[in-house]
Design a protein around this ligand. Structure first.
Ligand SMILES: C[S@@+](CC[C@H](N)C(=O)[O-])C[C@H]1O[C@@H](n2cnc3c(N)ncnc32)[C@H](O)[C@@H]1O
Length: 377
């Protein structure tokens, strides 16, 4: 099938090369694989607090602009059934990732000719096609949990000439034992807990690469080397990207009103730890590792005096804390409610991080075995 790729795509590819984000052989793959074959006729765009459909037939120019643009393209909402009013979507549940992030993930995978790769999260099939272009389609296996997306990706891969890619419908967290061992497992879905089957199904010396994060921070990209004893060790190789999570590891993003009631009687204490300290730089990764299930929400000032606050929320135990910033103060009030004292947990994690010498996010060493996962210094 012949597709005329817009010149803007070649420009974007050259920009990514100039920025050092994209390298050969992926530049050739980016230019050879027609991205639009993988983008569905209906995509979704952010509009206010919802997601609205954009049909290719209704606005082909805009559709093409999105398909070949520098941003991610939302390709499914709400697991396939738009849940908002008037056919709007609420939550993106599949997307073609941003081209620079695809490039970054492929580079982190250190894929070489002759390798066999398992991709988790087929989505559109575009990343699988890039891998197939470089490695040969028969060396690529990809798993998608959503049967409709998997079927669509399979068709797109065939149309683009990569029909020999193995597309599995299933839970990527289980990997694909029948195809193991792989040289690489590359996940394009975030795994707050890295599924051990990915390690078990990678040959010793191979790599597992996956986005990772927690409610406190979407932390970036983890890369693990698998060892002969069945363990894997690694760390963050990027601290900025964020991805949707594996379906059964989705992180709830509660509204403040989901957790906080007017009738809650909170405990008031004062702190000299500024909320900015626990929300910026490398501290959030350290806190994310030690304070599970805690989501944070900054509420900017609405008054002339510049009062703002940060909420810390755990919907699971209905615990919350609120840091109230008051300009000019040296100590600030903190209200806490519920079985967890979230601010106390955060402050303890922060002090531990300081005690360790404020380690960079990339300096934590992650270990995975069949029984446990931990991060240490
Ligand atoms: C960001 S998209 C992946 C983008 C894709 N690599 C591409 O090139 O278009 C994440 C995908 O992971 C899928 N997914 C979520 N949980 C999964 C799971 N447990 N197993 C397999 N796929 C999963 C989602 O349905 C979604 O299609």
């Amino acid at each position: 099938m012949t597709v005329t790729v817009p010149s803007s795509w070649a420009e974007l590819v050259e920009d990514l090369m100039a920025e050092g984000v994209l390298n050969e052989p992926w530049r050739s793959a980016f230019l050879a694989v027609p991205r639009e074959l993988f983008i569905p006729e209906v995509i979704w765009r952010e509009d206010g607090d919802g997601l609205v459909a954009l049909h290719r037939a209704e606005n082909p120019q805009e559709w093409l602009r999105q398909a070949y643009g520098p941003r991610y393209v939302i390709t499914q909402v709400d697991d396939g059934t738009p849940a908002g009013p008037d056919g709007r979507g609420r939550v993106p549940t599949s997307s073609a990732s941003r081209p620079d992030i695809v490039a970054l993930m492929l580079a982190a995978g250190q894929v070489k000719p002759g390798m066999r790769v398992l991709e988790i999260g087929t989505g559109t099939g575009y990343t699988a096609a890039l891998l197939a272009h470089y490695l040969g389609a028969s060396n690529v296996t990809t798993i998608e949990i959503d049967p409709e997306l998997a079927a669509r990706a399979r068709t797109a891969l065939s149309t683009a000439g990569y029909g020999e890619v193995t597309v599995i419908i299933g839970d990527g967290a289980c990997g694909h034992p029948a195809g193991a061992p792989f040289d690489r497992v590359l996940s394009t879905v975030a795994a707050p807990r890295v599924p051990y089957p990915w390690v078990a199904q990678t040959r010793p010396g191979g790599l597992v690469v996956t986005p990772w994060g927690s409610a406190y921070k979407h932390a970036g990209l983890l890369s693990f080397t698998v060892h002969a004893d069945g363990s894997a060790t690694g760390g963050l190789v990027n601290t900025t990207i964020s991805f949707m999570e594996l379906r059964d590891q989705r992180i709830p993003w509660p509204e403040i009103t989901d957790v906080v009631r007017d009738t809650d009687i909170s405990e008031l204490t004062y702190t000299d730890l500024h909320a900015a300290e626990v929300c910026n730089d490398d501290a959030p990764v350290a806190i994310a590792l030690q304070v599970p299930g805690c989501h944070r929400e900054y509420v900017p000032a609405t008054d002339d005096e510049g009062h703002w606050c940060v909420w810390f929320l755990d919907a699971g135990t209905r615990s919350w804390a609120r840091f109230d910033y008051q300009p000019g103060a040296r100590r600030w009030p903190v209200h806490q409610f519920g079985p967890r004292r979230l601010w106390d947990e955060i402050a303890t994690a922060y002090q531990h991080w300081e005690h360790l010498g404020r380690p960079a996010a990339t300096s934590w060493r992650f270990t995975i075995t069949a029984d446990h996962q931990q991060a240490s210094r």
